[in-house]
Write a protein that binds this ligand. Structure first.
Ligand code: ARG
Length: 466
């Protein structure tokens, strides 16, 4: 029911009313709306704007309504334009006059801004928890697969052998940066617009510090116009989700490749695979593909809101009603995808023999063979050429570097001796790279320790629920 009946001679038709409504999406922030109203009423009573008795009636009524929303018995009415009206009409229907006093010194403009900020904080909190849960899975996997050697790639061509743990930890660090971005989005949302009223503040003696405290915001927003019209924090959230999805899509792309017949590095658990309706042999990595695919819609959510916000004059404009679906979709998508990826990694089977065999192919020892010569005094550029010629020789003779005899090596350079064999073993090659951040097992152990420490500290930084 419209709350502005006084000024109007007739209402809008049903289609137009539904076009203008945001009730469906607003249902996602009903609890936030109720929390905002309870804080507002309490502050109003403390400031002597409404009576203590009215405040008690409002608070009890809103607590009941919160229960109805939670257990699904709240009577949503499509004729309510948004959640603010739905809750307020229900309250007034239930408790009468005191309910009609709730909206004193408040506008739906600061109300919706408050609700969406509370919602954004809740979404960030959930995403931060999901982020550390997935990072825990990656760290555990890195620990579990410490002995596994695989080919490392550049240009998707075999480059140098690396440890699977090192590869997985690369994703761990990407996700660690995602945590920082999500936490920044949380901090951006953590400011209180309530009390800005429609746009200019209000003549009632509102205590904005008090509602800030009651709602667990960090500080009140210092400018009422900015308070009702800012949605930057949602862009921050959507950007954080976009980068998070981009990272997951990269990992999922590798999962798709690795589970293919050509790679054969991993087998996904049946619980994370699907079959084909026609090809009986098929086992498809649908969930990795879907995660990769859903990245697009999250980018879309970000672009949609950036575009909606562009050129909006101060202060509130109805365009802002469009700001909620995108962040909800982006957050839900990232949250679901993080859970799916965690499940895939936890349950996959790693074929370490295939990874190791592949790590031998494609002349992945070539750099180390060149380094062998350089360490014996040959300038590296020259060593690079000598080994390049050796690779060509191997290709022409259908051999790998490890198939060459010492005589063949020595024909390329007299600096080669029998100990060159040690530099052809993929595990030896990977494990020799122990500069900080390298793939050698000693360096990876150091890295793993740092990852575990950063994870423990981030787990403690996930904000507690309201
Ligand atoms: N349903 C509106 C929204 O979501 C609430 C604010 C409406 N304010 C207004 N002046 N029409 O943005």
């Amino acid at each position: 029911m419209a709350l502005w009946g006084g000024r109007f001679e007739k209402g809008v038709d049903q289609f137009t009313q539904e076009f203008g409504a945001s009730l469906e999406v607003d249902k996602n922030m009903a609890q936030q709306d109720i929390a905002g109203s309870r804080a507002h009423a309490r502050m109003l009573a403390e400031q002597g704007v409404i009576s203590a008795a009215d405040q008690r009636a409002i608070d009890a009524g809103l607590a009941r309504i919160a229960g109805e929303v939670a257990d699904g018995t709240f009577p949503w009415d499509v004729n309510d334009e948004d959640v603010h009206m739905a809750v307020e009409s229900r309250l007034t229907a239930e408790i009468g006059q005191p309910g009609a006093r709730l909206h004193t010194g408040r506008s739906r403009n600061d109300q919706v801004a408050t609700d969406v900020r509370l919602l954004a904080k809740d979404l960030c909190r959930q995403l931060l928890a999901g982020n550390v849960a997935l990072r825990r899975v990656l760290v555990d996997a890195a620990e579990k697969y410490l002995g596994v050697v695989m080919p490392g790639y550049t240009h998707l061509q075999h480059a140098q052998p690396v440890l699977l743990s090192h590869h997985l930890l690369a994703y761990y660090w990407m996700l660690t940066r995602d945590f920082t971005r999500l936490l920044a989005a949380y901090d951006a949302a953590d400011a209180n617009p309530l009390g800005a009223a429609a746009l200019a503040g209000t003549t009632y003696p509102l205590d904005r510090q008090r509602t800030t405290e009651l709602l667990g915001f960090d500080h009140p927003i210092p400018n009422s116009l900015d308070a009702v019209s800012d949605r930057d924090y949602l862009l921050d959230l959507e950007y954080a989700c976009s980068v998070g999805m981009m990272h997951l899509s990269r990992l999922c792309e590798e999962i798709v490749l690795w589970s293919s017949t050509e790679f054969g590095f991993i087998t996904l658990s049946d619980s994370y695979s699907t079959g084909s309706s026609i090809m009986p042999q098929k086992k498809n990595p649908d969930f990795a593909e879907l995660t990769r695919g859903k990245t697009g819609r999250v980018y879309g959510d970000l672009m949609a809101l950036l575009t909606t916000m562009k050129g909006l004059p101060l202060a509130y404009n109805k365009d802002l009603q469009e700001c909620k679906e995108g962040p909800l979709d982006a957050a839900r998508t990232l949250s679901d995808c993080m859970e799916i990826v965690a499940g895939m990694v936890e349950t996959w089977t790693v074929h370490d023999d295939v990874m190791l065999a592949q790590a031998r192919t494609g002349f992945t020892a070539a750099t180390d063979v060149a380094d062998y010569l350089a360490k014996k005094g040959m300038p590296f550029r020259e060593a690079h050429r000598v080994v390049g010629e050796l690779v060509l020789y191997c290709e022409q003779h259908g051999k790998g570097l490890e198939d060459l005899t010492v005589a063949e090596f020595r024909a390329a350079s007299p600096l080669f001796e029998a100990d060159i064999a040690q530099d052809l073993d993929p595990a030896g090659i990977a494990n020799a790279r122990n500069t900080y951040g390298g793939t050698g097992s000693a360096a990876v152990r150091v890295q793993l320790g740092e990852a575990q420490a950063s994870l423990a500290s981030d787990e403690a930084r996930v904000p507690a629920a309201r």
